[in-house]
Design a protein around this ligand. Structure first.
Ligand code: ZN
Length: 328
């Protein structure tokens, strides 16, 4: 399929090694990932070969969210957005777009930074890498916290999506992975961390206060299409004050306020389950480049057993509508 749009596709600037430490990752694999994070020409060649028309770039995890000094976070986010606009998107303006990096450590500045990125740089939304460090490496704030309200107000006003991307669990919450460090990242911990964060957003009432908000999750929803119905079923029996102030069932938000991408998942069974839970209007093609290969994910998607109508929606039409890709 031609002209696919891919939107969990990462970059890194040599000025800021945003990808952090990868002690549990094979060095030969990560060296190649890092090389590809820092360039765009080979990326566009891969897009050509795999029928991907547009890629939406984002700063790789843990990125800005891992900075413990809020002032540094504000400065880094601005510098990374300028880098993405001037050095990456400007090299291939017909093929590349970008999500803003924001500093959630300072929600007012995050709101201003997002507005600048969308209005002045033409960015299509924001990507947030999980929890935000506040002051030290073991203190986190999640996006359901009331202090993040100025950021969400700006998101709501601009009508742009926020991609909620994984990062590994807080260092003092890794006991269950001891002896199995390979599970900390994308193999497992990413999904658990992000699914739980997304659940916090749903239960917090955020989408009742701002029903027009759109949050994007990768990896076909981080397991939520499979697990959320059971969560909802069991929450009926929990005391109401123990699961937030949401007005609607969690699956309602998953179907209405979330879009789920195919990043890193090329498994037809999983896609079919996701289609049954949320429908083709809320699923978007993505790769998770350069951690994943376009040469693996795109051929699977082009041939997977779904209708051609759904393939067009997931492959490009939903993204064109969500990001107004006809405008520039
Ligand atoms: Zn990713």
């Amino acid at each position: 399929m031609d002209d696919k749009v891919a939107l969990e596709e990462h970059y890194e600037s040599p000025d800021f090694p945003a990808s952090g430490s990868h002690e549990f990752t094979r060095p030969d694999y990560f060296a190649e990932v890092q090389r590809r994070l820092r360039e765009v020409d080979q990326r566009v060649e891969d897009m050509d070969r795999n029928g991907i028309g547009i890629t939406i770039l984002s700063l790789t995890q843990p990125g800005i969210e891992g900075a413990t000094d809020p002032r540094e976070a504000v400065d880094l986010a601005r510098r990374m957005n300028d880098h993405a606009a001037e050095r990456l998107v400007a090299r291939h303006p017909d093929r590349l777009r970008a999500f803003a990096a924001v500093p959630p450590q300072d929600p007012e500045r995050a709101a201003e930074g997002l507005e600048r990125a969308v209005r002045d740089l033409g960015f299509v939304g924001a990507l947030v890498n999980g929890y935000t460090n506040i002051g030290d490496e073991n203190t986190a704030r999640y996006l359901d916290h009331p202090e993040t309200a100025p950021f969400w107000q700006q998101v709501d006003e601009l009508r742009v999506p926020v991609y909620l991307h994984p990062r590994i669990p807080l260092p003092n919450q890794q006991r269950i992975y001891q002896g199995y460090d390979g599970l900390l990242g994308s193999a497992w911990g990413f999904g658990v961390e992000t699914a739980t964060h997304a659940m916090r957003l749903m239960l917090s009432g955020l989408f009742d206060r701002c029903p027009g908000l759109t949050v994007i999750l990768g990896h076909l929803g981080e397991g939520l299409p499979f697990t959320l119905p059971r969560t909802e079923h069991r929450l009926r029996h929990q005391r109401p004050e123990t699961h937030g102030s949401h007005q609607k069932p969690p699956t309602y938000y998953l179907r209405n306020n979330f879009f789920l991408t195919t990043s890193g998942v090329f498994r037809s069974q999983t896609l079919l389950n996701t289609l049954l839970e949320v429908g083709a209007d809320h699923i978007l093609f993505s790769v998770d480049y350069p951690y994943e290969s376009m040469d693996e994910l795109a051929p699977w998607f082009d041939e997977c057993p779904i209708s051609e109508n759904d393939r067009v929606k997931i492959g490009r039409a939903d993204a064109q509508r969500l990001f107004h890709l006809d405008r520039r």
